[in-house]
Design a protein around this ligand. Structure first.
Ligand SMILES: [Zn+2]
Ligand SMILES: [Zn+2]
Length: 1012
């Protein structure tokens, strides 16, 4: 029987990973990992689709680490986990790219070019970077079916989106409304609440206080009103006061001409506006007294238009509850086309409808002084405000101006300041289903947990109706046809549209379906589709249905996989993908769309700034993969807070520390095992690797060796910890558990057990058969640990796990049949609690702790470890621990060896020195101890000499010495045994093969060696 491949301690992880990738590919391991699991035990995962309009960045890589680890884990737990990839194809990101390519700056240029042509260019750009994505995702070791992805632009997908829309429509959850909402004047479209929330930035704007002169007053009196959007002043049609608040008319000297002027403001704000002195209150009254008064419009563009509807109601003072004295003057400027409150007031009082700005953000022609100019130009957002202020000053109606800092929304796509603008839009009645959404959300498990009540919960609480219509082109369309008689028809399938129109419909994009008409059932006139398209988030939110072309196909498959067991995305998705899936799931299925969700944070550059392609402040992901390997990057990310919704400053140094402290260390342990196992031709007992418990195999008797029992118990605890964390979807907690175990394995178990693996011939102590069984137990233990560890780590570091598992289990025929020799087809280890010995683990951890402190104390006292010392004395912290043991000798023996001391005592030195320290070393070096220390130095010098002479480790030698006579006088036998000398003579050998003089503690010592 062939044994294991001997593994060198030197390794290139990236190269090893490339080999594994080849193996996975050739053996179709990913496909098998699905097909070999039972079809009736599904674990469902939905993939949030990325755009392929650029190459993958660290955000995608973090998401990929999460989206790969969890499915691999559940696969090994026995579930079938399909992983369908998806591509987001629609919306502004693609349209922007097309616009740039076509050098389009205005929306009307798209209409001129033709929507068909524009859409086809969008279509051609959507999948531009797919090859690059496949390369990076593949190299990262993420398993996903990228060969059969769903694409939101496919007809089947879009048909399901129509079906979703129709379901909502039929349930009365879709309505049209004319209201003010945020628009992007550059993209000329409305935006949803979540899109708006995406783009808030602190900006400095200009605020003005304008003077509105009351008509019909005996003395000239002006009402003061304050606004942070001076560009809305030409749209002013009213002022609002609160009838219950106190107002005052004051008089003061006009600063310009020195005449007395009169102003009206809220009483409470007068001092703030006019200063402590310098004004006199003329009259005080309730706001009710002002209601109904007329004032002179600041601009006459609309006021002079005699045909303006409801003109008689304009430019008067009204009461409004929303007016307070929090800011400004206590009197509000009302432009109903540019704010929700204003619009409500306008409706309630039949105010004239004045919208002096076009949807593209330019002033309309009738606003003659400013016609055609942008009200919020991107390059200089205050430009128009300055113009307005100048105009007011010229008219003598500018009371004050000031800089005003506030948070203002911008277009998430093109960064243009948004406008609050009255327009018609279609909405999903989210507020109606909100109670159900909140109720259903209770059972969703979030990792990290705080998102549930925090970001997500708060967003849900504040949810408003969802504006789903967009005035754009490359998107799923609203499947709504209208007739001039008012009849509306929502189409829920291609077949329905085809049968109504009598024509074949191959594509559901705007430029195609806009041409499809059919007669109205009521009046016989032609019905046309409304021009709007759908918010792209409607696509993403419909993904659970549309990825399977539900309900037109795969009905059963959908039902088995809805809701998803698991999804994952970044924190921003709490108000986007997570949210819209939840809205639609609640709306049409009265169900959650997902049960467990992991939320990741953002990867920032090392300096904490945003990663920027322009600044090149971060290493290219592909370079990192080629330099350190995917496993290292995965471990680094998975063990970091970025998988728990927090931000991570990417540090290449931390990553390389992980390579050294986890990967190299584990590799060395693995290499150690294979080296000795191949020397000894050792093979595992039958069934060893198949034991899912990771304990000793059925036909090998359990080891009674303390260290074996300890590491196997640690292994069980590790299984328990990783499994427990994975149950809670806490990936960083699970991942972090591996590093201390690898340290225990390498720096404690293997280091302290090396001798047990050596051939009997190699050590003087080793003897007969008893020693062989101890060695067998050591092999079995280390083998079990490595194989079990490879399975445990497989979801997290799939490459290294595969390498170890494949090599160590490859030759087992039983295994081959079932698993094809891949760890990813194996079952996840299950805890065997009979192997857990909590006391042992606690004691060993205490021993390691004492050793660490003891070695520190030696270093502090500047005493080499080679110098034996008399005693370590343990204080009260360890007293009970060790005294309670029947036989603490095993532990004491470890301490004696590690700390190079003669004995362990409890509290001896603490009592003597009146010390409260838990670890006290007796640092007195007696002449005997000193001599023994010298003996150690001598042995070391001779061993070094043997190495330099290139003797084999098992060569016996003759030894001659000059100097250190006292050491030899006392320890000749010990020295001879340690260095394998059969003869020892005073004086140099005449025929030495090797001779050297060294200085030991300031004394010359000559050694001469010869093989015998
Ligand atoms: Zn925009
Ligand atoms: Zn009709």
């Amino acid at each position: 029987m062939k044994t294991f491949k001997k593994v060198e301690s030197q390794v290139s992880f990236p190269k090893m990973e490339e080999e594994i990738l080849k193996f996975w590919d050739e053996q179709k391991i990913f496909e098998k990992s699905i097909s070999e699991r039972p079809a009736d035990k599904l674990y469902s995962f939905y993939d949030g689709p990325p755009f392929a309009t650029g190459t993958p960045h660290y955000g995608h890589i973090v998401a990929s680490a999460i989206k790969d680890t969890v499915p691999r884990y559940f696969t090994m737990k026995g579930y079938r986990v399909e992983r369908k990839w998806g591509w987001d194809c629609h919306g502004l990101p693609i349209e922007n790219i097309a616009e740039k390519e076509l050098e389009i700056t205005h929306k009307k240029q798209i209409e001129e070019l033709g929507v068909a042509k524009f859409n086809e260019i969008c279509r051609s750009k959507v999948l531009e970077y797919v090859a690059e994505w496949k390369k990076v995702i593949g190299r990262f070791g993420r398993w996903a079916d990228m060969e059969h992805p769903y694409k939101t632009m496919d007809r089947d997908f879009m048909e399901s989106v129509w079906w979703v829309f129709k379901e909502l429509w039929d349930k009365g959850l879709v309505y049209e409304s004319y209201r003010t909402m945020h628009i992007c004047p550059r993209c000329e479209t409305t935006l949803s609440q979540s899109e708006v929330a995406e783009g808030y930035k602190d900006v400095k704007d200009l605020a003005v206080t304008a003077e509105f002169e009351l008509l019909g007053e005996p003395v000239k009196t002006s009402v003061l009103a304050w606004t942070t959007t001076p560009w809305t002043l030409p749209g002013n049609v009213a002022l609002a006061v609160n009838e219950n608040l106190d107002y005052v008319t004051i008089k003061k000297k006009d600063e310009g001409v020195g005449e007395m002027v009169r102003f009206i403001v809220a009483k409470e704000l007068a001092t703030k506006i006019f200063g402590e002195e310098g004004y006199t209150v003329v009259e005080e009254y309730k706001g009710a007294k002002l209601v109904g008064k007329s004032y002179k419009p600041l601009f006459d563009y609309y006021a002079k238009d005699e045909t303006l509807k409801d003109r008689e109601n304009g430019w008067k003072i009204y009461h409004a509850d929303f007016v307070t004295t929090d800011m400004g003057t206590g009197i509000a400027h009302e432009a109903p086309a540019f704010g929700e409150d204003d619009m409500q007031l306008g409706k309630a009082n039949n105010l004239p409808w004045v919208q002096h700005v076009n949807m593209d953000g330019t002033m309309k022609p009738e606003v003659t002084d400013f016609a055609g100019r942008q009200v919020k130009p991107t390059e200089n957002p205050q430009e128009m405000d300055v113009e307005i202020i100048k105009y007011l000053a010229k008219q003598g109606v500018l009371f004050a101006k000031e800089k005003y800092e506030h948070s203002y929304p911008h277009c998430w796509r093109c960064d243009t300041p948004l406008l609050n603008y009255a327009t018609s839009s279609w909405f999903v009645r989210v507020t109606e289903i909100k109670p159900e959404m909140l109720e259903l959300a209770k059972s969703i498990h979030w990792s990290p947990e705080h998102i549930k009540e925090g970001r997500w919960g708060k967003w849900l609480e504040g949810a408003r109706d969802w504006s789903i219509s967009r005035q754009r082109y490359w998107a799923s369309v609203m499947p709504l046809w209208k007739c001039s008689c008012g009849e509306m028809k929502v189409i829920g399938s291609v077949a329905e549209l085809e049968s109504l129109s009598g024509q074949k419909v191959e594509d559901l994009h705007k430029h195609i379906v806009d041409e499809v008409t059919f007669p109205c059932a009521t009046c016989g006139e032609t019905m046309h589709r409304i021009p709007d398209v759908l918010d792209t988030w409607f696509d993403s939110g419909s993904m659970p249905y549309a990825q399977n072309h539900y309900p037109f196909e795969h009905k059963e498959q959908f039902e088995q996989t809805f809701p998803a067991n698991f999804i994952a995305e970044g924190v921003d998705q709490t108000r986007a993908w997570f949210y819209y899936q939840h809205v639609i799931g609640t709306g049409i299925k009265h169900s959650n769309a997902f049960q467990n969700v992991i939320v990741n944070g953002i990867v920032l550059a090392e300096d904490g700034k945003k990663m920027s392609k322009r600044l090149k402040n971060y290493p290219d992901p592909m370079d990192i993969l080629n330099k350190y390997g995917a496993d290292a990057l995965r471990y680094y990310l998975l063990s970091s807070p970025v998988v728990a919704a927090e931000n991570l400053n990417f540090s290449e140094r931390d990553l390389s520390d992980i390579v050294r402290n986890v990967f190299r260390m584990l590799w060395n342990s693995y290499s150690f095992f294979t080296t000795y196992a191949s020397i000894d031709n050792w093979t595992p007992a039958r069934n060893a690797s198949r034991s899912d418990a990771g304990g000793p195999k059925a036909d090998a008797k359990p080891s009674d060796n303390l260290m074996d029992r300890w590491i196997l118990s640690e292994l069980q605890l590790l299984i328990q910890e990783v499994d427990g964390a994975m149950e809670q979807y806490e990936l960083n907690k699970a991942t972090r558990a591996f590093a201390p175990f690898v340290d225990n394995l390498s720096n404690w178990y293997i280091r302290r057990n090396r001798r047990r693996f050596w051939k009997p011939a190699r050590t003087m102590e080793s003897g007969g058969g008893e020693d062989d069984s101890d060695k067998e137990q050591a092999y079995q233990t280390l083998y079990t640990v490595l194989v079990t560890l490879s399975k445990l780590m497989a979801p997290f570091t799939p490459f290294l796990a595969e390498e170890i598992y494949k090599n160590l289990t490859d030759e087992e025929p039983a295994r081959m049949i079932k698993s094809g020799g891949s760890v990813h087809l194996a079952d996840y280890p299950v805890v065997d609690s009979t192997l857990i010995d909590v006391t042992l683990n606690r004691n060993m951890s205490a021993v390691r702790e004492v050793v660490t402190i003891g070695l520190q104390k030696r270093a502090e006292a500047k005493i080499k470890v080679r110098q034996p010392l008399n005693m370590v004395s343990l204080g009260s912290k360890y007293e009970e621990l060790f005294k309670s043991l029947v036989d603490p000798h095993d532990y004491y023996a470890i301490l004696e060896e590690e700390l190079n001391i003669k004995s362990v005592e409890i509290n001896t030195l603490q009592a003597k020195l009146n010390s409260e320290e838990d670890v006290v070393l007796d640092i007195e070096i007696t002449p005997e101890l000193k001599l023994e220390g010298e003996m150690r130095e001598v042995v070391r010098a001779i061993q070094e000499g043997r190495k330099k002479a290139k003797f084999n480790v098992e060569d016996r030698i003759a030894l001659g010495y000059v100097g250190k006579e006292e050491v030899f006088g006392n320890f000749e036998t010990e020295i001879a045994r340690e260095v394998l000398a059969t003869t020892v003579q005073k004086g140099a050998l005449t025929d030495a093969e090797y001779q050297e003089t060294v200085t030991l503690d300031g004394e010359e010592f000559t050694l001469s060696l010869k093989r015998v």
